[in-house]
Design a protein around this ligand. Structure first.
Ligand code: GLU
Length: 476
C-alpha cells in the first residue's frame, strides 16, 4: 500500500504553529514511507475564507519546505483539490448514498427542529434531529423534492449499528454509541455540503490512507467512519494529535500564542528549526534527541511515539532549537541566510565582510534576524566611540602600544582573523606588552569595550579600511 496523507486547511488566514503541525506530521510520514502528500483546500465555508488565504498558506508551507505531490496549484490525478470545485463529486456521492438508503431528503424547517429540540429536553443539542423525515414514504419524498421544496440531505445512521468503534493510532480504541449521533446533515438546503461529508468523499476519491489531524476532530471521526462504511470504502488509519496550548497553558487563540508561521519567517527562524520544533509538539524521538535535521525527522517520526497529553507552545524552546540549527550551519550558508535580514541603513559596512561578521557573532544568535541586535557590538554609536578613541590616543603609554599594533596591521598581507590576531600580538611584543595590557586598549579602540570577541575576528569583520579609520581617530 502506498501511503497517502493530506493536509486540508481552510483558507482562513495565515497558518500558525497550532494548525501547521498537522501538515508537518503528514508530510514527514509521507516522506518516510515514500508515499504522497496532498494539499487540499477546504474552502466551502465561504463566510470564513479570506481573500488571498490560499496563496498565503501555500507560501507558508513552501517556506517550511513541506512540498506536496498533488494540490490545487499543481493538479494531480485525483483533483480538483479545492472543495469549492468538487460539487460534481459531492452530487454523485449524495446520489449513491440516497440510492442505498443511507441518505434521505429532510424537509423540516429550522422552526420544526426548534420545536423538536424542546421535546428532547435539556442537555441535548438544540439541533439534534429525531429522524422524522426518515419515515417518509419514498414516493412522497420524491414528489416533494420534484416540487422544489427546500430540503437538506441527511445521513441515515444505520439502525443495526449501536456502537462505532474507532481505532486511533494515538488515542487507542474508542467506542462511540450511535445513540449519540443524530441523522446529521450532509448537504444543506442551499446546496453546500458539510465538513464531515466533504472530507470523507474527498478522502475516498483521493485515496487517502492516513488521516492525521488535531484531536479536536476526534469527535467528528465516528460520523466520518460511518460514512466510509456507508460508501463501502475502507476507513483510513486515523491518528489524532494532542491539543496544542498557548504558552500560558490556555487554548490557542488568534490573539495569544498563535504564532504565525509568516511571523517566524520574518524574524529569521530557519525553516528546518521550525519543522523540528513542530515535530516535538506531541512527539518525541526514541532517544529523546531534540535537535533533529529534516532527514533525521523523516527517518524517525512515527505515530507510535506521539503522546495524548496536551502540549504547550514554548517560545524559549523554539528559540533554543533555532539556535542549535544555526550553530550547525556552515558559515557561508549561514551568512547567505542572514544577508536579507541585514539592516544596511543602520550598519552600511556590515554587508562587505559578512562571513567574518557572522563568524564573530554567530554564537550569540538564535535566528537570522538576530544579527542586527548584535551588530552594534561591532559598530558602536560613533560619537561615544570616537570620544573613547581620542582618550586612548591622549595616553602616551597606550598610544605607543596602538602605534606598534598599527604598524603590524599595516604589514598584514591577508585580512583574515587568524593572521590579524597574530599581527596584534606581534604589535604587543614590539611594544613590550601582552595580555590585558595589549588586548584591553585595542578592544576599546575597536569596539568601545574591554570585553568582547577575539580581536582578529573583530578586525576581519570591520575590514581594513574601517580598522585604520578607527585607529586614526586615536592616533591621528
Ligand atoms: N479543514 C479541516 C481543518 O482545517 C480539516 C480537518 C481534517 O483534516 O479532516 O481543521
Amino acid at each position: 500500500m502506498t501511503v497517502r496523507t493530506r493536509f486540508a486547511p481552510s483558507p482562513t488566514g495565515r497558518l500558525h504553529l497550532g494548525n501547521v503541525r498537522a501538515a508537518a506530521f503528514n508530510w514527514l510520514l509521507a516522506r518516510q514511507q515514500g508515499g504522497s502528500f496532498l494539499l487540499r483546500i477546504e474552502d466551502t465555508d465561504i463566510g470564513r475564507n479570506v481573500p488571498g488565504g490560499e496563496e498565503m498558506l501555500i507560501e507558508d508551507l513552501r517556506w517550511l519546505g513541506l512540498d506536496w505531490d498533488e494540490g490545487p496549484d499543481i493538479g494531480g490525478p485525483h483533483g480538483p483539490y479545492r472543495q469549492s470545485e468538487r460539487d460534481a463529486s459531492y452530487a454523485r456521492a449524495v446520489e449513491r448514498l440516497a440510492a442505498s438508503g443511507a441518505a434521505y431528503a429532510c424537509f423540516c424547517s429550522e422552526e420544526d427542529l426548534e420545536g423538536e429540540a424542546e421535546d428532547f429536553g435539556e442537555g441535548r443539542t438544540a439541533l439534534r434531529y429525531s429522524g422524522r423525515c426518515r419515515a417518509l414514504a419514498p414516493s412522497e419524498r420524491a414528489r416533494r423534492v420534484a416540487a422544489g421544496e427546500p430540503h437538506v440531505i441527511r445521513f441515515a445512521v444505520p439502525e443495526a449499528v449501536s456502537v462505532v468503534e474507532i481505532e486511533d493510532e494515538i488515542f487507542g480504541d474508542i467506542s462511540f454509541p450511535t445513540s449519540d449521533i443524530d441523522d446529521f446533515v450532509l448537504r444543506r438546503s442551499d446546496g453546500r455540503v458539510t465538513y464531515n461529508f466533504a472530507v470523507v468523499v474527498d478522502d475516498i476519491e483521493m485515496e487517502i490512507t492516513h488521516v492525521v489531524r488535531g484531536v479536536g476532530h476526534l469527535s467528528n471521526t465516528p460520523k466520518q467512519a460511518l460514512l466510509f462504511d456507508a460508501f463501502g470504502a475502507p476507513r483510513p488509519v486515523f491518528g489524532h494529535l494532542p491539543t496544542v496550548l498557548g504558552p500560558d497553558g490556555k487554548k490557542l487563540s488568534k490573539r495569544l500564542g498563535a504564532t504565525a508561521v509568516a511571523e517566524l519567517r520574518s524574524h529569521g527562524y530557519p525553516p528546518d528549526a521550525v519543522l523540528n520544533y513542530l515535530s516535538l509538539l506531541g512527539w518525541s524521538h526514541p532517544e529523546e534527541k531534540e535537535v533533529l535535521t529534516r532527514a533525521e525527522l523523516i527517518a524517525s517520526i512515527g505515530l507510535d511515539r506521539v503522546g495524548r497529553s496536551d502540549t504547550q507552545l514554548d517560545p524559549e524552546k523554539l528559540r533554543w532549537v533555532a539556535a542549535q540549527h544555526l550553530a550547525s550551519e556552515p558559515l557561508a550558508e549561514l551568512a547567505a541566510h542572514m544577508r536579507p535580514f541585514l539592516d544596511l541603513a543602520r550598519f552600511p559596512g556590515a554587508g562587505e565582510h559578512l562571513e567574518a561578521v557572522v563568524d564573530t557573532l554567530r554564537t550569540r544568535l538564535s535566528t537570522y534576524g538576530d544579527i542586527n541586535a548584535h551588530l552594534e557590538l561591532l559598530y558602536p554609536p560613533e560619537e561615544e566611540a570616537m570620544e573613547k578613541r581620542r582618550a586612548l590616543g591622549a595616553d602616551p603609554e597606550v598610544r605607543r602600544v596602538l602605534e606598534a599594533v598599527r604598524a603590524r596591521l599595516a604589514a598584514a598581507e591577508v585580512w583574515e582573523a587568524a593572521p590579524l590576531d597574530q599581527a596584534v600580538r606581534a604589535g604587543g611584543a614590539d611594544a613590550g606588552v601582552k595580555g590585558a595590557g595589549l588586548f584591553h586598549p585595542v578592544r576599546v579602540l575597536l569596539i568601545g569595550s574591554e570585553k568582547g570577541p577575539d580581536l582578529g575576528k573583530v578586525l576581519a569583520s570591520i575590514g581594513r579600511h574601517e580598522a585604520f579609520r578607527r585607529l586614526a581617530q586615536a592616533l591621528g
